[in-house]
Structure formats: structure tokens, C-alpha cells
Design a protein around this ligand. Structure first.
Ligand SMILES: Cc1cc2nc3c(=O)[nH]c(=O)nc-3n(C[C@H](O)[C@H](O)[C@H](O)COP(=O)(O)OP(=O)(O)OC[C@H]3O[C@@H](n4cnc5c(N)ncnc54)[C@H](O)[C@@H]3O)c2cc1C
Ligand SMILES: Cc1cc2nc3c(=O)[nH]c(=O)nc-3n(C[C@H](O)[C@H](O)[C@H](O)COP(=O)(O)O)c2cc1C
Ligand code: SF4
Length: 665
């Protein structure tokens, strides 16, 4: 059988695996052609081994009706596009086989027992013993077809609460036959899949098994069960064991930005001495130094980096060439990747809109260099200046404050959003690399711009919305900018007016104490992950510090708080504020602010909140004064980012728009 040495896994380059991501390119006409270019760019970027997104071995296991599967010869030819493109760049690629079980979004779903998932409105049908045997065979046939399509191996998805995991855990497997009951019976399903796949595909085919090392749900595996399964999977013939963390229905964040870097590498390390085949650590290993730490601390033999390869296809190449400071860091926001996947949109990346759009968005050198003024050094302005300068234009970037980054300078100080500083770091480096003339502390005015530039790009952002409430000028009233940027002192009791993304972030900032020592341990304790793994699922009671302040989060509209937040992260922000006793009140009418506090009416009832401060987070307006002045001079400036459209947490649109416009200027 292949050993890590045969595969050349001796250098850092070859110890980094691009983790599996279902991007929805699998699901659209022409998607495989696009996926081929997407994967080939990553292979060219020198990643040692790539794993595709999950592909079902049969129709029942698909993520949605008619979604990607591989069980016919006809489908093999689509996959050949991917494998030949990757091999042409010298890369290696495995196809992930993922049967969703009770997580599929369609009426034909199946599971070991007919128990509906709390996150799905479809109820699964219980598999009969014959259907179980047939499903195992479907895995094997799928692996054989993958081999025929040219894949170097397969990854068998055994974690995150999908079908295999549903067999393993008592919570979802309540069968009385030979596939249920005791643990040995419950793990027969994955063992047989690996065993038969090995026999069918031969010794030199890579088989990665993604093993759920932490279920993070009640009724999940105990540590001794995890070890037992790992040993059996090794015996059955897997080449590598990859780590799976948390079922999709778990209420503990596992990949969002609030999760510290390498927060789960300890669990892979725990398994290290138990098996002889190489192990792969996962989740929030987003930069090469973090990968190095995980490897040098002996946590694993390889690391999986998934989203970091959306953010930067050349992550490994840049590392090998000593250009780590040029890596565009994944900030774990999920806004353009996982949120898109769950909205059935094509995944991309907030900080790299080219991801999964490699055939549509390209930064080709210009043969018509222009003089360009970019006004505003926030995400939109930095992204525009970067792409335009990289293409050969001469760019002056005006920034009125003393630093680049715009509102990301506020985002980066929110506990759990520290990664946003990385985007500023990346752009600073790239602007310097491509000789952008950065004019800090320089408020652009129309006289600087007239008759000097071929193009004027207004990326001058937003102005916080003013509210018309009696007492709005009272000393108790602050804006989020006063608090986050100018560090205004804030009292112990606070009302936040406006419960959009910024209101949520300000609340998170205010309830924290600012002591982030032992980051990973604090994170695990706060969310109730048992580092000592005393019970199945590794859960324990969450340990929340007494919040630093009493906070009210108010909104005018009716309905639940947090409805406008990110699809895969909104629940995390809300759970954190609930745990910190933030009082969320909707349907609020604001009456006045005075020495007694904030006077409000809630559902017809008058109340006074006796707070020390009121913080206004009531939205933003595009800054348009300079735009109007330039129009009056007969110029035709282009608005981008918040200056074009102000929608609070909207860096994805800002950067996307900037990159697209700068690619054609
Ligand atoms: C606390 C907080 C958290 C956030 N979290 C997220 C998040 O998680 N996800 C997300 O997508 N978005 C988030 N956002 C919003 C995100 O930061 C904005 O969508 C994004 O910054 C908009 O980029 P921009 O470049 O258009 O504008 P801005 O970032 O507002 O930048 C505009 C820049 O222009 C400069 N400027 C203005 N006038 C002039 C002038 N005349 N001359 C020179 N310079 C000028 C300003 O100083 C500023 O630096 C957050 C915002 C805040 C405040
Ligand atoms: C858009 C997206 C799609 C994903 N699809 C899959 C998948 O099909 N199979 C799988 O095992 N994991 C999938 N994952 C999880 C990743 O493999 C990985 O575990 C997760 O992103 C955390 O690692 P990272 O911090 O390196 O991104 C997906 C993640 C994202 C962001
Ligand atoms: S969208 Fe956000 S989480 Fe997803 S890859 Fe890009 S930076 Fe990372």
C-alpha cells in the first residue's frame, strides 16, 4: 500500500491538503469545466493533494434532488475534465464520496433509523438490510468510477453527521438488527465500505477516511469509540485518516471566525499515538505558520486547509517562495463560501472574488495604462487599487485617516473578528508591491482631482445614519464609531439602538472583558466543548464569564433578532449574546433620551431604560458630497463599495464590485 513517503509527503508543501468543499460548481451546466480551471489553479499553486467537494454514490445520498452524484459511466467524463486539468499541473486529486443520509434536502432521503434531523424538514426512510448492502456497494462502485475518471483516490466522508456518522451514533441509529445495537454493529457500515473499496480499487489507490473525532452532539461517540473506529479503519485499508469536527446540527461553532486558529488540532493529536497511518488535522488552520505549528507540535502528519485555498490559490507556492506576506488570508467569515453553498449559489470568497469564477474574472495586464485616483482606503478602495495597479495602471490612493482599512479597522477589534486585520495586512503588502501611491491623512477634495486623472474612483464609504429622537445630542449618546474607533468610555449599562450586524458586533464588544488569554481553552470552555472528553460527543456545560456590561439590543422592527445576519454564522452571534444576557427587544418606539435614560414604548407599554449610554447603530448612508461636487464640475466619477450602496456588513459586495470594475478599466 502507498506510504506517505511514496506520495512525497516530506516537505510542508506536500503536507498541506486542500480540504473538501462542495462549491455548487458541481451542480450547474458547464460547472465541471469551471471546476477544472478552479482546481488546476490550486494544483499549479503547488498544493500537494486536493480533495473535491462531496459527490454522492447514489441518488438518495445527494445533497438535493438531482444534485451531483457518480454512479453512471456518463458522469465519469465530467470528472475526467477535473482530473486531467489537475494532473496537467502536476497535482494529485481525490474525489470525496459523501452520502448525506438524513441531511439531504429532498423527499427520498434514507438513514439507519427514520429519525428526522433537527435541521431538516424532510424525514428519512429507514434503510432495509438489503438497502444497506446495496448502499455499501454504491460506495464501492462510486470509488471504482472515480478511479476510472482518473482520480488518485477517494475520501470517504464519515463525519459532520452525514450517513456514515448516522450509523455510528446511537442518537441516529436505533436499529435492532446486525447494523445497530452495540458499537461493533454500528461501525460495521464504514468498515465494510473501506474494506471493500480497498479490495476493489487496489493497493495504490489513496483512501482517505474522514473520521468524526468530535461529534459535539448529545449521544455522540465517546473517545474510546473514536479510537476503536480509527484502528478498524486502519485495518480495513485506509491510507490516511482525516479529522471531522462537529455534526451540522451541533450548536458549537467549528469553522466560523470566532473559532481560534487551530482550535481543534488537539483532538487529532489525541489520536496520534493510537494508529500508525498518517492523520490530518483540520479547521481554522489558515496560514502556513499555523500549519507549521500544528505539524511541529506533533498534532498530525498533514494539515487540511479548505477555505484558505478559496482565499488564495497560491498559498503553498507563496510559502515555498518565502512570500508568506503576500498570502491573502481566509478570515473565516463564511460570507461568500459556506453561506453561498447553503443558499444554492456558487461559492466564492469575500477576499478573493475570483474563487470559483476563474473563467470569468481575470486580471489581464492593460495595454492602455491610465492615471487613476482612488478615493478611500477601505476594502473597496484597496481592492480596486490593487487590481488596477497589478494590471499596469498608475494609481494614487487617497485616504483621509492615518491608516488604510476603512471600517475593517472597527471590525478587527470585535472579539472573534480579529482575522479582519489580515485583509488590511494583505492589501497593504500588495499596494506596496504594485507601487500604488498611498496618500494617508489626505482628504481628497475636488481641486486635487480635476484635470489630473483619467479615472476617478470614489470608494469613500459611508456616514452613520443620524436619528431624529428628542435628546439625541445628550452626552449619553454615542455612535458605534465613537466606541469602536475613538474608544469612547462606555458605562456599565448600555442600550444599543439598531440590531443589524453592527449592533450585534457592538454588543459583543461591550459584553467582553478583553482578556483573551489561553484563547483556545477559553473558546472551548465558553461553548461547552470538553477538552478532557469525559462523555460521548465531548460536551459539557458551557462556562460563561459574567458579562462586562448590561446591554439592551433594541430594534424598531418586529420579529426575531439576527434574521439579517449570515446564514451559517448568524446563530453563533445570537447564541453568544444570549449567553451574555443581552436583552433583545423588538418592536420598539424611541421617545427621548435624558438624564433618566432611554425612554421607549414596547408593544404599547412605556419603559425607561436607566442606562449610562445609548449607542446608535441605526444604519449608514453612502457618502455622496464629493461625488456631487465632481458631477457639478462635469466629471464622471465611479462609485464603489459603501459609497455606492450602504448595506452595513457588506464587504463582500464592496470587494467584488471593486475587483470586477478594476479588471476592465
Ligand atoms: C464593526 C463592524 C463590523 C463589520 N463586520 C463586517 C463583516 O463581518 N462582514 C462584512 O462584509 N462587512 C463588515 N463590516 C462592514 C464593512 O467593513 C464595510 O462593508 C466595508 O468596509 C465597506 O468598504 P468601503 O471601502 O466601501 O468603505 P469603508 O470601509 O467605509 O472605507 C471608506 C474609506 O474612505 C475614507 N474616506 C472617506 N472620505 C474620504 C476622502 N474625501 N478622501 C480620502 N479618504 C476618504 C474613509 O476614511 C475610509 O477609510 C463591518 C463594519 C463594522 C463597522
Ligand atoms: C463552501 C464549503 C463547502 C464544504 N463542503 C464540504 C464537503 O463537501 N465535504 C466535506 O467533508 N467538508 C466540506 N466542507 C468543510 C471543509 O472541508 C472544512 O472542514 C472546513 O471548511 C473547515 O476547514 P477550513 O478552516 O480549512 O476551511 C465545506 C466547507 C465549505 C466552506
Ligand atoms: S468567504 Fe470568508 S470564510 Fe470563505 S474563504 Fe473567503 S475569507 Fe474564508
Amino acid at each position: 500500500m502507498l506510504s506517505p513517503l511514496d506520495l512525497g509527503w516530506t516537505t510542508l508543501k506536500n503536507r498541506i491538503l486542500m480540504g473538501s468543499m462542495h462549491t455548487n460548481l458541481e451542480e450547474i451546466p458547464g460547472g465541471f469545466e469551471r471546476a477544472a480551471v478552479y482546481f488546476a489553479e490550486r494544483a499549479k499553486g503547488q498544493v500537494g493533494l486536493i480533495v473535491t467537494g462531496g459527490i454522492s454514490p447514489n441518488p438518495e445520498g445527494c445533497v438535493a434532488a438531482m444534485a451531483a452524484k457518480l454512479n453512471t459511466e456518463e458522469e465519469v467524463k465530467h470528472h475526467k475534465l477535473i482530473t486531467s486539468a489537475v494532473h496537467a499541473e502536476g497535482g494529485k486529486i481525490c474525489m470525496q464520496i459523501l452520502h448525506t443520509g438524513r441531511y439531504g434536502y429532498h423527499p427520498k432521503i434514507v438513514a439507519p433509523s427514520a429519525i428526522q434531523a433537527p435541521i431538516n424538514f424532510f424525514k428519512p426512510k429507514e434503510l432495509s438490510p438489503e438497502e444497506i448492502e446495496k448502499t455499501i456497494d454504491d460506495y464501492v462502485q462510486c470509488a471504482l468510477l472515480a478511479q476510472k475518471a482518473g482520480y488518485d483516490g477517494v475520501e470517504i466522508m464519515g463525519s459532520e453527521g452525514y450517513l456514515i456518522n448516522q450509523f455510528i451514533a446511537k442518537r441516529t441509529n436505533q436499529r435492532q438488527d446486525e447494523w445497530g445495537g452495540n458499537y461493533e454493529n454500528r461501525i460495521k457500515f464504514p468498515i465494510q465500505i473501506v474494506n471493500e473499496t480497498r479490495k476493489a480499487c487496489g493497493e495504490n489507490f489513496i483512501i482517505i477516511y474522514r473520521l468524526s473525532m468530535l461529534d459535539l452532539v448529545e449521544g455522540g461517540s465517546t473517545w474510546s469509540e473514536v479510537v476503536q473506529l480509527a484502528k478498524e479503519i486502519e485495518k480495513a485499508g485506509a491510507t490516511l485518516i482525516n479529522t471531522g469536527i462537529g455534526w451540522h446540527e451541533a450548536r458549537i461553532p467549528t469553522i466560523a471566525t470566532v473559532v481560534p486558529r487551530k482550535a481543534f488540532a488537539w483532538v487529532t493529536k489525541k489520536l496520534k499515538s493510537e494508529v500508525n497511518i498518517p492523520l490530518i488535522a483540520v479547521n481554522r488552520i489558515n496560514m502556513p505558520d499555523v500549519a507549521e505549528e500544528v505539524l511541529s507540535e506533533g498534532c498530525a502528519d498533514m494539515v487540511s486547509m479548505a477555505r484558505p485555498f478559496l482565499a488564495d490559490a497560491e498559498l503553498v507556492l507563496k510559502t515555498m517562495e518565502g512570500r508568506i506576506d503576500e498570502i491573502n488570508t481566509c478570515i473565516a467569515c463564511n460570507q461568500a463560501c459556506l453561506d453561498h453553498t447553503f443558499q444554492m449559489k456558487i461559492s466564492s470568497c469575500l477576499v478573493n472574488p475570483r474563487a470559483c469564477h476563474e473563467t470569468e474574472l481575470n486580471y489581464i495586464p492593460t495595454n492602455n495604462p491610465k492615471n487613476i485616483a482612488v478615493i478611500g482606503g477601505g476594502p473597496a478602495g484597496m481592492a480596486y487599487a490593487h487590481v488596477a495597479a497589478m494590471r499596469g495602471h498608475k494609481v494614487d490612493l487617497y485616504e483621509s485617516s492615518r491608516q488604510l482599512g476603512g471600517q475593517f479597522n472597527m471590525a478587527k477589534i470585535i472579539p472573534g473578528k480579529e482575522e479582519y486585520a489580515e485583509t488590511i495586512r494583505y492589501y497593504q503588502r500588495m499596494l506596496s508591491k504594485y507601487d500604488v501611491n498611498i496618500l494617508l491623512n489626505t482628504k481628497a477634495e475636488k481641486q486635487f482631482l480635476i484635470n489630473k486623472y483619467d479615472e476617478i474612483i470614489l470608494a469613500n464609504g459611508v456616514t452613520p445614519r443620524k436619528l431624529d429622537i428628542e435628546g439625541i445630542d445628550h452626552p449619553k449618546v454615542l455612535s458605534y464609531v465613537d466606541v469602536l474607533l475613538h474608544k469612547a468610555e462606555v458605562g456599565r449599562s448600555v442600550a444599543i439602538i439598531g440590531a443589524g450586524g453592527i449592533g450585534f458586533d457592538v454588543a459583543e464588544y461591550l459584553v467582553h472583558h478583553g482578556n483573551q488569554e489561553e484563547e483556545i481553552k477559553t473558546f472551548l470552555a465558553t461553548w461547552g466543548v470538553d477538552h478532557e472528553y469525559k462523555h460521548g460527543g465531548a460536551l459539557k456545560d458551557a462556562k460563561i464569564q459574567v458579562p462586562a456590561r448590561e446591554v439592551y439590543l433594541l430594534k424598531r422592527s418586529t420579529g426575531k433578532h439576527g434574521a439579517t445576519l449570515g446564514k451559517t454564522t448568524g446563530w453563533i452571534h445570537k447564541a453568544s449574546l444570549v449567553a451574555n444576557n443581552v436583552q433583545m427587544i423588538s418592536d420598539v418606539t424611541y421617545q427621548k433620551i435624558d438624564d433618566d435614560g432611554l425612554h421607549i414604548v414596547v408593544k404599547g407599554e412605556a419603559r425607561i431604560l436607566p442606562i449610562d449610554h445609548v449607542i446608535i447603530c441605526a444604519g449608514q448612508e453612502p457618502s455622496r458630497a464629493l461625488y456631487q461636487e465632481l458631477l457639478d464640475e462635469g466629471l464622471q466619477p465611479t462609485l464603489i463599495g459603501g459609497a455606492d450602496e450602504a448595506v452595513e456588513l457588506d464587504a463582500k459586495r464592496a470587494i467584488h464590485q471593486a475587483c470586477h470594475l478594476a479588471s476592465v478599466v
